[in-house]
Structures are given as structure tokens and as C-alpha cells.
Design a binder for this molecule. Structure first.
Ligand code: SF4
Length: 330
């Protein structure tokens, strides 16, 4: 793999066809991911935020080619992932890993922890059984399952939610991936263990950060702020804002981003009482039949006539890309 590898996503679309009935095929599509482009360099951390149903998880799955794209390109390790055949993709797989939202659903309930982790090495390395055993012990220690011998013979249902997510993280980092995508890694966990898992992910990043690209998908802006240098905001399958996390949080540009940031809970009740908030009004649109023009226009307090018919292109505002006609003069 090239030393200065990067991830470049170009005009990626994922449309799911919708059938009206068993016999009549409709020409309608759910546009889950609609023409998204961005790039991240080695060592970069990207947060993808947006409400449920905005297409975040579909985008991640398409990037890793866990589902086939409708069109576009994803360049990683100087290759277009969408052009690879099954054999080439299998070779690249250890370099691109995903941590899923629900650890219970992503672990085989009939396999013990040692089988789950051993399998990764057996599939992708030529290590001996003894070497694999040592690696599995190291991994369990690294993700905080200590002493590791205690967890080797447990099945997923014999672990707590936090412990299961630690096993998933161990499996994802086993082969030192260059691209790690964590999809809502703490949202299915009890509040009491969320902080521990976030710290674990932060430690992994501190240890390997410069040698890896990290993508965190979340609707939790505080989590994105603590982990990601850049942020991509999605709304209704489209990217609406992209730039540095700090500047997006300090001065969000897109009206939807402003609403999202404004909704972040403030721990200090005094500050919370005095802070002016922009309420998130209305519901996210249907992806089968979204509003024409800017998908956000029925909820936008700044809507103009052109917003109802034209799709806003991306405008560069300092270090930011924003898809909104309010910035058309830039
Ligand atoms: Fe609001 Fe128009 Fe901007 Fe869409 S393009 S966010 S409707 S101002």
C-alpha cells in the first residue's frame, strides 16, 4: 500500500428500485445516497452526521462495497474499489474494516470469542496456530477484555453489550486496517459503557491514527467533535456541508447544520437557559418522493422561490463546501 494513501469518493450514488406490486415494476427509486464526493488523506478522521434515514450507513456500506453502488467511484490504495473483481476485493478487505452499530447482530451467536477472532487470521494470514493464539490474547488485552483467557470460550450471548462491542472492535483492528469505519459504535450500548468504548476508539486512533483513515458515523455531534477533524453533514441522501469539525461546530453554514448543532444538549443548565436555539421543525422527507429542488426547503426558515425548483450546487465558503443558495454569491 502506498505510503500516502487516501480515500477519494467521487459522485457516488446508491439508488434502490422500488416495486409497486409483484407484477408492475415502478420506475421509482429510493435515492439513499445521491451524488456524494469527498476525500480524506492518510491520518484523517471524518465524522458523518445526519438524522436517521439520511443515508449515512448506506454511504459507508457502499464505500466498503458491502453493497454494490449504482454509480460513481471510490479510490483507495490507488485503486477504484468499484472496479475490483471478487478476488482483488477479498485481498483488499483486511485493509478496510467496519464496526457495526449492533454488536449482537454482527457476531455469529454459534461461535465462541476465540473462534470469531481466530477465523480472521486463518482467512487472511499464514500464521501458525500458536502465533494466532498469541495474537488473539493480545487483541483481547488491547480492547480491555482482561484477563483474555476468561473471554476465549464465551459465546456472544454470555457477554455484556459493551464486551460484545469490544470483541467487534478487536475483530475490526486484528489485521491493522488502513480504513476503519465505525457506524454508530455506541448508540446500542448503555450510557454507562459508552464513555469506555469511546475512549477505546480514541486510544486506537492515538496509537495508529497517522497510519489509518477513520470514519465515524453518528448523530451525536459531541462524539464527532471529540474524534473527528473533518465533518460531512448528510440530509436526505445528499451531502449538505463538508469541512473542518471545529469550524462547522463554531459557525455552521447550512441551515440544517445550524439546526443540528443548535439541538446539541448543553450540560450547564445556566448556559442552556440563555442559549438561543433553532428548533428542528418538521420531519425528514420521504426518500422515494423527496421534495423538488433543495430537499430541505419545506423545513428551511430561509427558503426562497428558487430553492423549491433548483438543486443547489456546492459553494466554497472559505474552507467549507456548502450546498445552499444562501452562499450563491461566494
Ligand atoms: Fe434553505 Fe434554500 Fe439553502 Fe435549501 S437552498 S437550505 S431551502 S436557503
Amino acid at each position: 500500500m502506498e505510503k500516502n494513501f487516501f480515500l477519494k469518493v467521487v459522485n457516488v450514488k446508491k439508488y434502490f428500485p422500488v416495486s409497486k406490486s409483484f407484477l408492475i415494476k415502478s420506475q421509482k427509486y429510493v435515492k439513499a445516497v445521491d451524488n456524494i464526493s469527498f476525500s480524506i488523506r492518510r491520518g484523517g478522521t471524518l465524522g458523518i452526521v445526519g438524522e436517521s434515514g439520511s443515508g449515512k450507513t448506506t454511504l459507508a456500506r457502499v464505500i466498503l462495497r458491502l453493497i454494490e453502488p449504482t454509480s460513481g467511484s471510490v479510490y483507495f490504495d490507488n485503486k477504484n474499489i468499484f472496479d475490483l473483481d471478487k478476488h482483488e476485493l477479498r485481498k483488499l478487505r483486511p485493509k478496510m474494516q467496519m464496526i457495526f452499530q449492533d454488536p449482537m447482530a454482527s457476531l455469529n451467536p454459534r461461535k465462541k470469542v476465540k473462534q470469531i477472532l481466530t477465523q480472521v487470521f486463518k482467512l487472511h494470514t499464514s500464521l501458525s496456530n500458536e502465533e494466532i493464539y498469541d495474537r488473539v490474547l493480545d487483541l483481547l488485552e488491547k480492547v480491555g477484555l482482561s484477563p483474555p483467557e476468561l473471554f476465549l470460550d464465551r459465546y456472544p450471548h454470555e457477554l455484556s453489550g459493551g464486551q460484545r462491542q469490544r470483541v467487534c472492535i478487536a475483530r475490526a483492528i486484528a489485521l491493522n486496517p488502513k480504513l476503519l469505519i465505525a457506524d454508530e459504535p455506541v448508540s446500542a450500548l448503555d450510557v454507562s459503557v459508552r464513555g469506555q468504548i469511546i475512549n477505546l476508539l480514541l486510544n486506537i486512533y492515538r496509537e495508529r491514527g497517522e497510519d489509518m483513515i477513520y470514519i465515524i458515523i453518528s448523530h451525536d455531534i459531541a462524539l464527532i467533535k471529540s474524534m473527528c477533524k473533518d465533518t460531512l453533514v448528510m440530509y436526505s441522501g445528499r451531502m449538505v456541508e463538508f469541512g473542518e469539525t471545529d469550524s462547522i461546530i463554531k459557525s455552521p453554514l447550512h441551515p440544517y447544520t445550524r439546526m443540528l448543532i443548535s439541538a446539541v444538549p448543553i450540560p450547564d443548565p445556566e448556559i442552556a437557559r440563555t442559549k438561543k436555539r433553532i428548533p428542528i421543525s418538521g420531519e425528514p422527507p420521504s426518500l422515494i418522493n423527496p421534495p423538488p429542488g433543495c430537499h430541505f426547503h419545506p423545513r428551511c426558515p430561509y427558503v426562497m422561490e428558487r430553492c423549491k425548483v433548483e438543486v443547489p450546487q456546492y459553494f466554497q465558503v472559505e474552507d467549507r463546501l456548502v450546498s445552499c443558495f444562501l452562499y450563491a454569491q461566494y
